[in-house]
Design a protein around this ligand. Structure first.
Ligand code: DAH
Length: 349
């Protein structure tokens, strides 16, 4: 019987050592140590032994069982560790792999013009101010020398909300608001940028667009003149649109300025030689400007005998088109990323 136990020990040890999977190991445990296992069978046969032999064999079986249990536990731990290692190996993250790129957006050309305009004018001592888009008839028209029934109102078809409130048709409303807020404090040097609305919609007009407005008011003795207006607009145009551009002042009419001008700029397409865009003139209309009308000063708290100044206003969309050579204004509003992606500041840095 001792021989038999030793045989069991030898073969089982070999099998345990060569077990490759947890399942196989479990099978071995059942095979040798289970209720119907080989070692248990030996114990059962002990009844046929002599009383002297029993404790000897009994303790031998126990010894062997303890030993096998220990080997199985150790083997099990080893197999589990191997399994874990394999798992870690297969799930390893390769940190050298390039990640999926986050696509960076770019600023809208109109936003870029606004930011550049604000930077430029702040550098010249101007304040950047804001006004409401939902405006009163009073600030949008009346205080700008456009009383009810004035024919020049026809040029700005408007969205009225009530008889008194409308969506502003021009940022010139902020001129009146700034003067009222300052009453005879000088100098006023402000620009304002923002959305404006008119009832029009075709290839070159949108019902919503962007304007920029500038206003300077100072004491008469400080002589704010047309020369200052011209110099300011020259800096503005050359910094914002193109360094080589020239300006041309044409007499015009706006109710809130006297004298008034329409200001043209060298055609960006042909450089002034004449082409179909500028109708062979070499010039393109860019903005409206003039010296602040005495009535406007008076209505907004500044005595025209003591104060004077200039104002200008233009469409930001136009500026963007001129700067970037965009020929169709609708590109600015259709949110096509193929178009918008072309205005990454990175390209210019
Ligand atoms: N507000 C005018 C428009 O929308 C543009 C304009 C003209 C603004 C002359 C001015 C100015 O400040 O002096 O057509």
């Amino acid at each position: 019987m001792e021989e038999q136990i030793k045989m069991i020990k030898q073969t089982s040890e070999k099998e345990i050592a060569s077990a490759k999977e947890l399942k196989a190991l479990e099978d071995l445990r059942v095979k040798y140590l289970g209720k119907k296992g080989e070692l248990t069978a030996v114990l059962r046969g002990m009844k046929d032994l002599t009383p002297e032999q029993r404790p000897v064999i009994g303790s031998l079986v126990n010894e062997v069982r303890d030993e096998l249990e220990k080997q199985i536990r150790e083997k099990e731990a080893k197999l589990k560790q191997e399994l874990l290692n394999k798992k870690i190996e297969s799930e390893k993250i390769d940190i050298t792999l390039p990640s999926t790129k986050v696509r960076r957006g770019s600023l809208h050309p109109v936003t870029r013009i606004i930011e550049d305009m604000e930077d430029l004018f702040v550098s010249m001592g101007y304040d950047v101010v804001q006004g409401p888009e939902l405006e009163t008839d009073e600030f949008c028209f009346e205080r700008l020398n456009l009383p009810k029934g004035h024919p020049a109102r026809d040029m700005q078809d408007s969205f009225y909300i009530t008889d008194e409130y409308l969506l502003r048709t021009q940022t010139s409303s902020v001129q009146a608001r700034t003067m009222i807020a300052n009453t005879e404090k000088t100098p006023i040097r402000m620009i304002t940028c923002g959305k404006t609305y008119r009832r029009e919609d075709d290839a070159t007009h949108s019902h919503q667009f962007n304007q920029i407005e500038g206003l300077v008011v100072d004491k008469k003795e400080r002589n704010v003149s047309l020369a200052d207006l011209k110099g300011t607009l020259e800096v503005f145009v050359r910094k914002i649109i193109g360094a080589n551009l020239d300006l041309r002042f044409r007499p015009s009419y706006f109710p809130f300025t006297e004298p008034s001008y329409e200001v043209d700029v060298t055609c960006f397409k042909c450089g002034g030689k004449g082409c179909n865009l500028c109708k062979q003139t070499g010039w393109i209309e860019l903005l409206g400007a003039g010296m602040v009308h005495p009535n406007v000063l008076k209505m907004n708290g500044y005595n025209p005998d003591e104060f004077g100044g200039f104002a200008f206003g233009t469409g930001i969309d136009r500026l963007a088109m001129f700067r970037y050579g965009i020929t169709d204004m609708r590109y600015l509003y259709t949110n096509d990323v193929r178009f918008l992606n072309q205005f990454d500041r990175k390209d210019e840095e």
